[in-house]
Design a binder for this molecule. Structure first.
Ligand SMILES: C[S@@+](CC[C@H](N)C(=O)[O-])C[C@H]1O[C@@H](n2cnc3c(N)ncnc32)[C@H](O)[C@@H]1O
Length: 214
C-alpha cells in the first residue's frame, strides 16, 4: 500500500494514510465498541476509509454472529451498521473513494448488486454520513454547517432519523461541565434535532438515492 499520493498533498493537507496493522492496533483499544453494531464512530479526517472500513467489517462480523440466520434481520442490521459509521473529508477524491470502499464491503457481505434496493439505500446513507467538508470549520464543501443523521433501527424494517448540527454536538462536553452555566439543563433542552423524519424503510431510503441522482 502507498501511504502518500503526492508530496504536494502531504504538504497541503497532511495526507499520509495509516497502515492497516496500526489501524487494527488502534481500534483494538476500543475493541468492544467496534464489535457493537450500534456504537457510533466518527472519523473527522477519514481519507479513503482506512479506519472506517475495518470498523464496518467488525460491525458486520457482529451482525453475522447475531443475525446471520435470518436474512431479513441480517440485511437490516447490516445497513444499520453502515448508519453508525460517520466521516468527514476535505478532498473530493478521498471522500468518493471512502464511500465506494464502504459500499463495496457492505455489498460483498450481503452479495448485492446495483439493482438491489438495499444497495441503493446504502448509497444514500453513505452520502449522508460521509461528508465532503472541513472538520475544523465544521462546514460542508458548499459552506453549510455540517449536520449528521442520528439513525435508529426501530425493528420490522423501519429506520428513524434525526439530524443534529456538528457544532452543537461538539459543544456537548462543554455544556456538561459541572458548574457551567448550562450544567443544570438536561441535554435534551440544548440538543434539539434540526430535523426529525418519519420512520423510513429500505425502499424509501433507496428512493431518496434516486431523488438525489446518486
Ligand atoms: C493523515 S490523513 C489520514 C487519512 C485516514 N484517516 C488514514 O488514517 O488513513 C489526513 C486526511 O485528512 C484530510 N483533511 C485534512 N484537513 C482536513 C480538514 N480540515 N477536514 C477534513 N479532512 C481534512 C486530508 O485530506 C487527509 O485525507
Amino acid at each position: 500500500m502507498n501511504y502518500v499520493k503526492s508530496k504536494q498533498r502531504v504538504a497541503d493537507h497532511g495526507e499520509v494514510f495509516t497502515p492497516a496493522w496500526l489501524v487494527e492496533a488502534m481500534i483494538d483499544l476500543v475493541k468492544d465498541e467496534t464489535e457493537r453494531i450500534d456504537a457510533r464512530f466518527l472519523e473527522p479526517a477519514c481519507g479513503s476509509g482506512n479506519f472506517l472500513v475495518p470498523i464496518l467489517q467488525r460491525k458486520l462480523a457482529a451482525v453475522e454472529r447475531k443475525f446471520g440466520k435470518s436474512n431479513f434481520e441480517k440485511q437490516h442490521y447490516a445497513l444499520f451498521a453502515v448508519m453508525c459509521t460517520y466521516g468527514i473529508e476535505l478532498l473530493a477524491d478521498n471522500i468518493a473513494e471512502c464511500r465506494a470502499n464502504m459500499l463495496e464491503i457492505f455489498a460483498d457481505y450481503l452479495t448485492l448488486d446495483e439493482s438491489d434496493e438495499l444497495y441503493r439505500a446504502a448509497i444514500y446513507v453513505l452520502s449522508q454520513n460521509l461528508v465532503h467538508g472541513d472538520a475544523l470549520k465544521m462546514r460542508t464543501s458548499d459552506g453549510q454547517p455540517i449536520a449528521f443523521a442520528e439513525w435508529g433501527y426501530l425493528g420490522k424494517g423501519k429506520f428513524q432519523r434525526r439530524d443534529f448540527r456538528l457544532d452543537s454536538l461538539a459543544m456537548s462536553s462543554t455544556f456538561s461541565v459541572e458548574g457551567s452555566l448550562f450544567a443544570h439543563l438536561g441535554k435534551h433542552e440544548i440538543f434539539t434535532p434540526t430535523r426529525t423524519y418519519p420512520p423510513m424503510t429500505v425502499s424509501e431510503l433507496a428512493a431518496r438515492a434516486a431523488e438525489a441522482n446518486l
